[in-house]
Design a protein around this ligand. Structure first.
Ligand code: DGL
Length: 279
């Protein structure tokens, strides 16, 4: 196919709801020239407490929807979807749907840089119950750094507190302190903590307050953005299929106006989202 015949399309960014917006804004900061379609499955969120089968099915439906919009590359900007669905989609579904398209997640880019941050290989991981139970981080870390240890802590209350705009209050402080203390009780050696849920950057200040100063905190947005930039450089066959008008379209499976309102917690911009149906 000649260069001119390639149908260019936006890069798809998928999350169960709002959290992926923290990834999208860093990606747009690093790669403003491309077009993006953000899809939040808000009607079926949260994913963090759902079973493997459900997260896989919902994520596959969302990826298929973004493919139907023409996207050649989709980023799962959600740890729970990356943990529970990415590998199956890459290995079992993509070969049938379209082997030329790509779906990438947020776990690999986060794990890849760990050796540059940790001094002793003891990594704390904060995430949804689904991400922690899946052991996906442990498996990915074992592949790249078999000598490292992952200490996982599920934080089931954090996503609902964030989405209900309860970030600055005593109740949230209580639950941040509680899960951080449970994490620290697992090992006194932890020197690096991954915010393994795309919502958690909104709690950064509270998390920082409760973690000892020597512990480094890793937010994923910039890591995923750098990794995508590098990926597009290394894969011109995908890069040349990505349209470049600097535009972003927002889609949600819930009401658009509700999405617009809550999205302001996650983004500096005001946005206009359109409601769609998937599945
Ligand atoms: N944003 C999702 C993640 O990164 C969690 C939100 C949810 O539970 O749906 O895991």
């Amino acid at each position: 196919m000649s260069q001119d015949n390639i149908r260019k399309a936006p890069i798809g960014i998928f999350d169960s709801g709002y959290g992926g917006l923290t990834i999208l804004s860093e990606i747009r900061r690093a790669l403003p020239q491309y077009d993006y379609i953000y899809l939040g499955d808000n009607a079926r969120a949260p994913y963090g407490t759902r079973s493997f089968e459900i997260v896989y099915r919902f994520t596959l439906e969302a990826v298929q929807y973004l493919f139907d919009q023409g996207c050649q590359l989709v980023i799962l900007a959600c740890n729970t979807a990356s943990a529970k669905a990415l590998r199956s989609i890459q290995q079992n579904d993509l070969p049938h749907i379209d082997p030329a398209r790509r779906v990438l997640g947020v776990i690999r880019p986060t794990v890849e840089i760990l050796d540059k941050v940790t001094h002793n290989g003891h990594i704390g991981l904060l995430g949804t119950p689904g991400t922690i139970q899946s052991q996906s981080y442990t498996a990915e870390v074992a592949k790249l750094y078999p000598q490292f240890h992952v200490h996982g802590q599920a934080c089931p209350m954090w996503v609902p507190l964030i989405e209900n705009n309860e970030i600055d209050n005593e109740g949230t402080n209580f639950f941040v302190k509680k899960y951080i203390n449970e994490l620290l009780a697992q090992s006194t050696l932890i020197d690096t903590v991954i915010l393994g849920c795309t919502h958690y950057p909104l709690l950064y200040n509270l998390i920082r307050k409760h973690l000892p100063n020597h512990i480094q905190i890793l937010s994923q947005g910039a890591l995923v953005a750098d990794s995508l930039k590098d990926y597009l450089k290394r894969h011109p066959e995908i890069e040349q299929k990505c349209s470049q008008n600097g535009k972003c379209t927002y889609l949600t499976t819930e009401s658009g106006s509700k999405f617009n309102e809550t999205a302001t917690l996650f983004l500096q911009d005001t946005i206009t989202a359109r409601q769609i149906e998937i599945g």
